[in-house]
Design a binder for this molecule. Structure first.
Ligand SMILES: C[S@@+](CC[C@H](N)C(=O)[O-])C[C@H]1O[C@@H](n2cnc3c(N)ncnc32)[C@H](O)[C@@H]1O
Length: 279
């Protein structure tokens, strides 16, 4: 349709998105498309919303809508997202950062202060949100690893854009990390592959190795608990899935970790495992 104003095009988009999103999500996402994708935020629409949308913009919206209707997340269509108020590039090789991972970051900063850590290793860096934010918000010496070379390339780009210095290593968990390992932070894959059938279709656009782990989702976390203990890490902060806290506490104490805490998020779901060794 030609000659639509920005105000009516934004409303029309919200209606089209509501064919596959709930009403509130569709409305919020339509504003994000205009703001992040077209540079037309709320203030500009309020002030100049009667301006007419060009044919190029209409075509662009149609292309995005076609991709989104197939389930592709907006962050992949756009190529970036914001996390903790900062912009991070995302690619199909990286997980799209989730707001709840801020709780992991904050727990890691708290533990770093408690144990007087000087060095932190982010295991499974993905787009690099934890590593980059730790480098920006603390004085810790930051190392980050990932098993996916493509994810590491995206993370390095994000670090360059934020102007931070991080040591990047490629490999399985701590395999490529030299001693000493002091504090470890990680948001590893922890989804049970058996839950695949119940997951939102958007998740299938994200890399499987970022989401799923064998042994009911616990295999990667268990190996990380073992490796960190063997390598004499002084502290460990790991994002975990809802309902995984009891089993993981048990496994952590069998491995030898002495101080283990499961933290729940605001929705009262197990979200973070903190383990410490008594020196
Ligand atoms: C859930 S994503 C987390 C990404 C990012 N840290 C975040 O919080 O948004 C998990 C990441 O772990 C990586 N990964 C999976 N298995 C791994 C392993 N065995 N060793 C190292 N990294 C691994 C994946 O490639 C993915 O980038």
């Amino acid at each position: 349709m030609q000659n639509q104003s920005f105000t009516s095009a934004r409303r029309a988009l919200a209606e089209k998105l509501s064919l596959f999103l709930n009403h509130n999500e569709a409305n919020a996402e339509s504003w994000r498309w205009f703001e992040e994708g077209l540079g037309w935020g709320r203030a500009r629409i309020i002030a100049h919303g009667e301006e007419l949308v060009t044919e190029d913009i209409e075509n662009q919206l149609a292309v995005w809508l076609d991709r989104r209707a197939r389930g592709e997340p907006w962050a992949y269509i756009l190529g970036w997202t914001t996390w903790r108020g900062r912009r991070f590039n995302v690619t199909p090789a990286t997980l799209i950062p989730r707001p709840e991972t801020e709780f992991v970051l904050e727990s890691a900063i708290e533990l770093a202060v408690q144990i007087g850590a000087r060095r932190v290793v982010d295991v499974g860096a993905g787009a690099g949100i934890l590593a980059v934010t730790l480098a920006l918000e603390t004085n810790l010496d930051v190392t980050a690893t990932d098993i996916s070379p493509k994810a590491l390339a995206a993370a390095k780009q994000n670090a360059r854009e934020h102007g931070v210095n991080i040591t990047w290593l490629s490999g399985d968990l701590l395999a490529s990390v030299p001693d000493p390992v002091d504090l470890v932070v990680s948001n590893p894959p922890y989804v049970d592959p058996k839950d695949k059938a119940t997951l939102q279709r958007e998740l299938f656009f994200e890399p499987a190795e970022a989401l799923f782990a064998p042994d009911r989702g616990l295999e990667v976390i268990t190996r990380l608990l073992e490796q960190c203990f063997e390598r004499k890490a002084r502290g460990l902060v790991i994002e975990i899935g809802s309902g995984q806290g009891d089993e993981l506490s048990l496994r952590a104490s069998k491995i030898g970790w002495q101080v283990i805490e499961i933290k729940q998020d605001t929705a009262k779901h197990d979200r973070v495992l903190v383990a410490r060794a008594i020196q």
